[in-house]
Design a protein around this ligand. Structure first.
Ligand code: ADP
Ligand code: ASP
Ligand code: MG
Length: 400
C-alpha cells in the first residue's frame, strides 16, 4: 500500500462546492487502497484578502502577527476539507503545523522548513484516517507561527512526502507544466516531464505554477513531483531528475517572465572594484538578491552601474546604497522592466541559443536593457510593453 501526499491549491478549494469535490476525489483514492495525506492552501484569494485587512490596520504590519494572521487561511480550508470527508463517511483529521511539528528557520514571511516531526501524521494514517495538513505554515525555534512565502503550500507537500517517503502529487488549476504559462501564450505545449534544474529556474524566474523551494527539496531527496489538474484524469507533468527522463532534451524547454524586479542605476561612481564589491556586499548582507548587473565603459574613471533587485526590497536597498553616491541625481530607478528568460538543460550542449533569441527580439524591435546567463538560462530585461510580443516571437520559434 502506497502513501501519497496530494496538495490542492487555492483555486481548487475556492468554494465549499469545490472542497466537497476534492473530498470525493480524495476518498476515491483512499478506496483504491492508498494511504492519503492532503495538504491544502487557503480558499481562493483568502491570503490576499487577509493581507488587505492587515493593511487596513497599518501599512507596515508586524511580521510575526502577519504570519499569525495569514496562517489562518489554511487552517480554515483544512478543517473544512476534513469535515467534507467525514460527511462522506470516511475518517479524516486536520492538523496545523504546530500539531505535526513542521519546524522552520529564517525570517517571517519567507521561512524554510528545517524538519517535520511527522509522528502524529503516521499514527493517524495507521489508524486508517485521511490526514489533512494546513500548508504554507510552520513553527520556528521560538514557537512562533511562520509562513513559507507566497505559494509555499507546494513546499509543505514536498517536505511531507520526503518525511513519509511517499509519492507527491500537486493538483492545481492547470493540467500540467507548459513551456510557457498558458495564460500568457495560448499555443503553449504541455510537457510530459521536466528536469528539476529547469523547473527550479523557471519557478525562480516567474513561473508561479510551483514554489521554487519545493523543487529544491524534490531534487535534494530525489522525489518525483507530479503536477496535474484537480479532480481530473488528464495526464499531467512529472518533475524529476534528467537521468531518469525519456525524452531527448530540446535546447530550450521553457520560458518565464517576471515583472517583479526593478532596475537601479547609479551614475558616475568610481570605476574601482573595491567600491563595486563593497556595494554588492552591503546589499547581500540584507539578503537582497541582485540578479542582473551591467556597467558602462569608464569615462574619466567613472562608470554607470545598473543592477536589478526584487521590487519588494527597493526601499531597503535604497537606504543601504546611500553611502555610495553623493547626490540624488545620480540614482535612476526603472520599475518598467520585465525579466524575460529562456531555460533548458539542452543549452549546455547546444550553441547559438542566445544569438537566435537576440535575433528574434531585434527583428521584433524589442530593446534589451540588461542580460544575464547561466549554463541553462538566458535572461534579459526588456520593456514591459514588449512582453507579449517577445513571448509570441520566442515561444513560436523555439516551439515551446
Ligand atoms: P495554486 O493555487 O494551485 O497553487 P497557482 O496559481 O500558484 O496555483 O499556479 C497555477 C498557475 O500557474 C496556472 O494557472 C498558470 O497560469 C501559472 N503558470 C505559470 N507558468 C506556468 C507554466 N509554465 N505551466 C503551467 N502553468 C503555469
Ligand atoms: N495561501 C498561500 C498563498 O496564497 C500559500 C499557497 O497558496 O501555497 O500564497
Ligand atoms: Mg501555487
Amino acid at each position: 500500500m502506497a502513501i501519497v501526499v496530494q496538495k490542492y491549491g487555492g483555486s481548487s478549494v475556492g468554494t465549499t462546492d469545490k472542497i466537497k469535490k476534492v473530498a470525493e476525489t480524495v476518498v476515491k483514492r483512499k478506496k483504491s487502497g492508498d494511504d492519503v495525506v492532503v495538504v491544502v492552501s487557503a480558499m481562493g484569494d483568502t491570503t490576499d484578502d487577509l493581507i488587505g485587512i492587515a493593511n487596513e490596520i497599518t501599512n507596515n504590519p508586524d511580521k510575526r502577527e502577519l504570519d499569525a494572521l495569514l496562517s489562518t487561511g489554511e487552517m480554515m480550508s483544512s478543517a473544512l476539507l476534513a469535515m467534507a470527508i467525514k460527511a462522506l463517511g470516511y475518517d479524516a483529521i486536520s492538523y496545523t503545523a504546530y500539531q505535526i511539528g513542521i519546524k522552520t528557520t529564517g525570517q517571517h514571511g519567507k521561512s524554510l522548513i528545517d524538519d517535520i516531526d511527522g509522528e502524529n501524521i503516521k499514527k493517524s494514517v495507521s489508524e486508517g484516517k485521511i490526514v489533512i495538513v494546513a500548508g504554507f505554515q510552520g513553527i520556528n525555534e521560538e514557537g512562533h507561527i511562520t509562513t513559507l512565502g507566497r505559494g509555499g503550500s507546494d513546499t509543505s507537500a514536498v517536505a511531507i512526502a520526503v518525511k513519509l517517503d511517499g509519492m507527491c502529487e500537486i493538483y492545481t488549476d492547470v493540467d500540467g507544466i507548459y513551456g510557457v504559462d498558458p495564460r500568457k501564450y495560448k499555443d503553449a505545449h504541455k510537457l510530459d516531464e521536466i528536469d528539476y534544474e529547469e523547473m527550479l529556474e523557471l519557478s525562480s524566474l516567474g513561473a508561479q505554477v510551483m514554489h521554487s523551494r519545493s523543487i529544491e527539496l524534490g531534487q535534494k531527496y530525489n522525489i518525483p513531483i507530479y503536477v496535474g489538474l484537480s479532480n481530473s484524469d488528464i495526464r499531467g507533468t512529472v518533475i524529476k531528475g534528467v537521468n531518469s527522463m525519456n525524452m531527448e532534451s530540446k535546447p530550450v524547454t521553457g520560458l518565464a517572465t517576471s515583472d517583479e524586479d526593478v532596475a537601479i542605476t547609479i551614475k558616475d561612481i568610481e570605476n574601482d572594484i573595491n567600491t563595486v564589491s563593497s556595494l554588492f556586499e552591503s546589499v547581500a548582507s540584507k539578503r537582497i538578491n541582485i540578479d542582473m548587473i551591467s556597467q558602462t565603459a569608464p569615462v574619466n574613471g567613472k562608470v554607470n552601474l545598473s543592477f536589478t533587485i526584487p521590487k519588494v526590497d527597493l526601499n531597503e536597498c535604497l537606504d543601504i546604497i546611500k553611502p555610495f553616491y553623493s547626490n540624488k541625481g545620480q540614482i535612476a530607478i526603472d520599475e518598467d522592466i520585465t525579466k524575460f528568460s529562456v531555460v533548458g538543460i539542452g543549452m549546455k550542449t547546444t550553441s547559438g541559443v542566445a544569438s537566435k533569441m537576440f535575433k528574434l527580439l531585434s527583428e521584433n524591435n524589442i530593446g534589451v536593457k540588461m542580460i544575464t546567463t547561466s549554463e541553462i538560462r538566458i535572461t534579459c530585461a526588456i520593456r514591459q510593453e514588449d512582453k507579449i510580443k517577445a513571448i509570441n516571437a520566442v515561444a513560436k520559434d523555439f516551439n515551446l
